[in-house]
Design a protein around this ligand. Structure first.
Ligand code: NAD
Length: 268
């Protein structure tokens, strides 16, 4: 990092595509990137919410577009990247963030549920990565690819087999991307958040309580926050600031790594 870059994390003149950006963590990243000067593409399965998010950013004076994208669809991912390149000239930052959760013991999990999770989390990450690398190689500007992993990229929890498997898989993909992307100036890193209060987590609290036979309060205290150093949820801002740091830094040294943002849960 040069001295000039130490004072501010700027994405001026750069464009970013974030998947799953109509809600939660992806939306917070989009807001942070736009605030740092980036042109932002909100890509999401929920086209109406994506358009509303882009409209809110435009109303605040930012340059933003929305694309309807199922990350498990090759056609839609490629089209979303093409639309972003057409609108902004390049994709300099790509975040593979879209995700869902299934809470179930393995013995009750259907193959269809397993495949759906792999489709969104792993096919989605591959398709997003390939489209991003092609765009970054073509522009000659390099870029940053960021994956939303999880503390579950590093550890296991009951009832979350497909999620834990997929999130571990992102670490492998990101490391290969770091190696293959280096010659094109492409960096690749994984952010591993602890629990963040988003719709994804709010939905799983009652499901886990039912499966484990404990109260929702107990799920929060004895499952979600028990290993943090301060009993705090990770905030949207905690994750968005980390993403901004990884996106805006001008050094090629930080690549192929995972950064855990979890109030101390899982120290390694
Ligand atoms: P969220 O439900 O608030 O947002 C997820 C977004 O992804 C939604 O807008 C949804 O429409 C979109 N989406 C779902 N399937 C999609 C698909 N096939 N194609 C495109 N978009 C799709 O959830 P969130 O908590 O913000 O989760 C975002 C990412 O963060 C996920 O990968 C999740 O696993 C990860 N994560 C979340 C937490 C947490 O505690 N919330 C912790 C660690 C990692």
């Amino acid at each position: 990092m040069t001295a000039n870059n130490l004072h501010t994390l700027s994405l001026d003149g750069r464009s970013a595509l974030i998947t799953g950006a109509a809600s939660g963590i992806g939306l917070a990243m989009a807001q942070a990137f736009a605030g740092a000067g980036a042109k932002v593409c909100i890509a999401d399965l929920d086209a109406d919410k994506a358009e509303a998010a882009a409209e809110t950013l435009r109303a605040a004076g930012h340059n933003a577009i929305a694309v309807a994208m199922d990350v498990a669809s090759e056609e839609q991912v490629d089209a979303g990247f093409a639309k972003t390149v057409e609108a902004f000239g390049s994709v300099d930052v790509a975040v593979s963030n879209a995700g869902i959760q299934v809470i179930s013991p393995i013995v009750d999990l259907s193959l269809a549920q397993w495949k759906k999770m792999m489709g969104i989390h792993l096919d989605g990450a591959f398709l997003t990565t390939r489209a991003a690398m092609r765009a970054m190689k073509a522009s000659g500007r390099g870029g940053a690819i960021i994956y939303t992993g999880s503390v579950h990229s590093h550890l296991a929890s009951v009832l979350k087999a497909p999620y834990v498997t997929a999130k571990h898989g992102l670490l492998g993909l990101a490391r290969v991307v770091a190696k293959e992307g280096a010659e094109f100036g492409i960096r690749s890193n994984v952010i591993c958040p602890g629990f963040v209060r988003t719709p994804l987590v709010d939905k799983q609290i009652p499901e886990q309580a039912k499966n484990l036979g404990i109260t929702e309060e107990e799920v929060i205290k004895t499952v979600m926050l028990k290993d943090t150093v301060d009993g705090e949820f990770t905030s949207l801002d905690d994750v968005a600031q980390t993403a901004l740091f990884l996106a805006a830094m001008r050094t090629n040294a930080l690549t192929g790594q995972s950064v855990t943002v979890s109030h101390g849960w899982f120290m390694h």
